[in-house]
Design a protein around this ligand. Structure first.
Ligand code: HEC
Length: 116
């Protein structure tokens, strides 16, 4: 009983710690990668020159948003998950998987988190 309670508490603390971490990417690198990967073809992104396209929503304020694409709580890990494979998160979404690797997605997520 006391052993399982200790294990449970440890699990809860570990989960809380993970949620508090950032996505361990670098925002400045992510900004450059977002430009390089053509995000502005579909999104207005503050600080990046783009086409003014509104295929996707403006990413202004995304760092302070509560949900990603309306379905996923906006945490750093979920943002990475979304960026790597949007249709896996929201089947039928108009945002395609762009083939981002894990490191690229982490840097871009760190950049997006700065958009308040
Ligand atoms: C082909 C167009 C297209 C491209 C390219 C694209 N997106 Fe999207 N994106 C969308 C659409 C459409 C949505 C809305 C998805 C939905 O709600 O189902 C979206 C949604 C998002 C969201 C969630 C926005 C919100 O308000 O919840 C984020 C974050 C995002 N995109 C980031 C990016 C990043 C970063 C890139 C570049 C790596 C990128 N997108 C490239 C079309 C695109």
């Amino acid at each position: 009983m006391s052993v399982s309670r200790t294990v449970l508490l440890g699990t809860v603390l570990a989960a809380g710690g993970a949620a508090a971490q950032d996505a361990s990417g670098d925002a400045a690198t992510g900004r450059a990668l977002a430009a390089a990967h053509g995000c502005t073809a579909c999104h207005v992104i503050p600080g990046l020159r783009g086409l003014g396209s509104h295929v996707g929503p403006s990413l202004a304020g995304i760092g302070g948003g509560r949900y990603i694409a309306g379905v996923l709580p906006n945490t750093p890990e979920n943002l990475v998950r979304w960026l790597r494979d949007p249709p896996a998160v929201a089947p039928g979404t108009a945002m395609p998987a762009l083939g981002l690797d894990e490191a690229t997605a982490r840097h871009i997520a760190a950049f997006l988190a700065t958009l308040r």
